[in-house]
Write a protein that binds this ligand. Structure first.
Ligand code: MN
Ligand code: MN
Length: 469
């Protein structure tokens, strides 16, 4: 018996002993977790595109006293500021007690999600059915997006400068759109194709209508009837699609998953689940942080972070430079002392597809926020690969704040891979580490996450913002 006890002690002292988050979770936090997740679900339903998310974030930030930042503003500790870049990405800051020469604590996430964008000439009629042609945005498995109720959200910019906001799905009772698929009875040939070829990109056509105009001759009477409806409601004509950003997104609302309600199913967890955690952590800061806390909610991550609203855009550097200028600090001095948590989702181990994971290094549902030292593919290509010191920094920060966390890779070596905004932050000379919520069915129209992991990610972000060093 004595020997058993000694062994147990030795085991506890020397071995890591992974535990389910619920074995460590303080039940006193249960209420806080549920209320946080309820707010998160409401956020998901309010924002199904990057523009809608940006608008909702600004609305929520203004409600608690965040002010729009303008170049040349005088800044003092405790000031809460935001900047919205072209309606599609949002940068927020809470000015710290220490000057920016001591660096900033940054959390960077993205608010764009995979979806189907309308082509510039989207509308057509075929066999007396009317359709929109789409071009998918981000890495999707195309077969997952058929026979799913869809909504249409976005903007149409007119030549006169007016921007019309379109949202088919916002109102209860709104109609939905759908992409049809083949019936099994006639699917024999399609069944033989690999998944990646069964539904080609040009087949992702959204069904819009079927009822022709009641009278008159000529072709395209269904298309004309649908266009008439759009014209009545939004005042647009077919030519206006040229300067539009219309995004087809899954119609489902966020909801609890599981009989135990321990998970959340929704469209767009990637990466709104981390974006919301970072954002809420900044909003909920009780005291002025030691260092300036910065929250970046970027666009375009799903297609490489390029573009004027992506994380590679100089808009971020300009924002930081403007903040630094207010304190007479060269921006390079601030960045080299800054830390960034690149907050993006990771793959959750799925026992249904165990063979693409390496179990010892996979993020598990309910094991807390997943740290990733590196992402990338084919030998870590495209990863910033955080140094050991940075990983140690995050470990100690999370442990001190009782954050439940795990460390993982995205999948088996050479099984695939992925990237985040981490490298774009690290390339700017900012010590950067990846961390985020593990997701099941990532990039599908309906992704699943665990409530515990959402809440622990929020706690992790809080720890980053409140850090003294
Ligand atoms: Mn992501
Ligand atoms: Mn993604």
């Amino acid at each position: 018996m004595a020997e058993d006890k000694k062994m147990k002690e030795l085991r506890e002292k020397l071995l890591s002993g992974k535990k389910n988050g619920y074995d460590k979770f303080d039940v006193k936090e249960e209420k806080a977790m549920e209320s946080y997740c309820a707010d998160y679900k409401a956020f998901l339903d309010a924002g199904k595109t990057e523009r809608e998310c940006a608008a909702e974030l600004v609305r929520l930030a203004e409600k608690v006293g965040f002010k729009p930042f303008a170049r040349g503003m005088k800044l003092k500790a405790g000031d809460k500021l935001y900047f919205r870049n072209r309606g599609k990405s949002v940068y927020l800051a809470c000015i710290g007690k220490k000057p920016l020469s001591q660096g900033a604590q940054i959390a960077a996430a993205h608010i764009d999600s995979p979806r189907l964008d309308l082509k510039p000439n989207p509308m057509y009629e075929d066999s007396e059915l009317c359709y929109f042609k789409t071009h998918y945005y981000g890495g999707i498995r195309r077969y997952q997006w058929t026979t799913v109720p869809m909504e249409l959200h976005g903007v149409v910019a007119l030549k006169n400068g007016e921007v019309i906001h379109l949202n088919i799905g916002a109102d209860e009772g709104d109609p939905k759109l759908v992409i049809t698929d083949l019936l099994p009875h006639l699917g024999a040939e399609q069944n033989k194709k690999p998944l990646s070829e069964a539904v080609p990109g040009e087949m992702l056509n959204l069904l819009l209508g079927s009822r022709p105009l009641p009278e008159g001759e000529g072709s395209d009477k269904v298309k004309l009837a649908v266009m008439q409806l759009l014209n009545e409601k939004y005042g647009i004509t077919e030519d206006d699609f040229t300067s539009a950003e219309l995004e087809a997104v899954p119609a489902a609302k966020a909801c609890d998953i599981g009989l135990d309600r321990s998970m959340i199913g929704a469209y767009g967890h990637d990466d709104r689940v981390c974006a919301y955690a970072a954002f809420r952590a900044l909003l909920d800061l009780k005291k002025t942080p030691e260092k300036t806390a910065v929250c970046i909610l970027a666009d375009k991550e799903e297609i490489g972070s390029d573009g004027v609203t992506g994380m590679q855009s100089a808009a971020f550097d300009t924002f930081m430079e403007d903040l630094c200028e207010a304190q007479d600090v060269p921006v390079r001095v601030c960045l080299e002392k800054s830390f960034c948590l690149s907050a993006d989702v990771t793959a959750a181990f799925d026992p249904n597809f165990a063979d693409v994971f390496e179990k010892r290094n996979s993020a598990l549902i309910n094991y807390g926020i997943g740290l990733c030292k590196y992402t990338g593919a084919r030998g870590k290509s495209g990863a910033s690969d955080a140094d050991a010191e940075t990983v140690a920094y995050v470990r100690s920060l999370f442990d001190e704040a009782n954050v439940i966390w795990q460390i993982a890779e995205l999948g088996k070596v050479d099984a695939g891979g992925g990237g985040t905004v981490a490298m774009y932050m690290a390339n700017r000379n900012i010590a950067t580490m990846d961390a985020g919520v593990p997701v099941l069915s990532m990039h599908s129209p309906f992704e699943t996450v665990a409530k515990l992991d959402c809440y622990e990610t929020y706690k992790g972000m809080t720890a980053v913002f409140q850090a003294k060093n």
